[in-house]
Design a protein around this ligand. Structure first.
Ligand SMILES: [Zn+2]
Ligand SMILES: [Zn+2]
Length: 149
């Protein structure tokens, strides 16, 4: 992932009314929410509460965020190429570049995780939102990776 993608992807992540941010594991596709404040200055990895895989935040962008970030990154690249070619359009060189359509940079996502429950992680003194069905079985603390039963 490029740094540009990372920045844009992070900008699209929104907190819900409880200050939680929706994430989705890239491996098992489970959705969960972590504290927005924690993710804001995250250093290191987080853990998928369902399958336990650990990775950096960009691995847990929900698919709709990944898709939008890629669209925006692509549009930015096209815009840069367009501008670069326009500068080169001197009397020596004629290049026809297609007009770039501006992308909507303020994409908002509907909260898809309405049925989630907030559970407190005593080990890290932080909250996690997951589906009730995932609480029934044991799961991993997304902050430290410990198994919670
Ligand atoms: Zn997972
Ligand atoms: Zn923990």
């Amino acid at each position: 992932m490029s740094e540009g993608f990372e920045n844009i992807g992070k900008a699209i992540l929104h907190t819900d009314q409880n200050g939680m941010i929706s994430l989705q594991c890239n491996k098992c596709k489970s959705r969960f929410k972590l504290e927005g404040d924690y993710l804001d200055d995250l250093r290191g990895d987080i853990f998928c509460p369902i399958c336990g895989i650990s990775s950096d935040l960009s691995y847990f962008y929900p698919e709709e965020v990944t898709h939008a970030a890629m669209e925006i990154t692509k549009a930015h690249a096209e815009e840069m190429i367009y501008k670069a070619f326009n500068k080169m359009n001197s009397k020596y060189l004629k290049v026809n570049t297609p007009k770039v359509t501006a992308v909507d940079k303020t994409i908002d996502f509907k909260d898809k995780n309405i049925n989630m429950e907030i559970v407190h992680q005593a080990c890290c003194n932080k909250d996690l939102s997951i589906l009730p069905i995932d609480i029934i079985s044991s799961y991993y603390c997304p902050y430290c990776g410990r198994i919670v039963k």
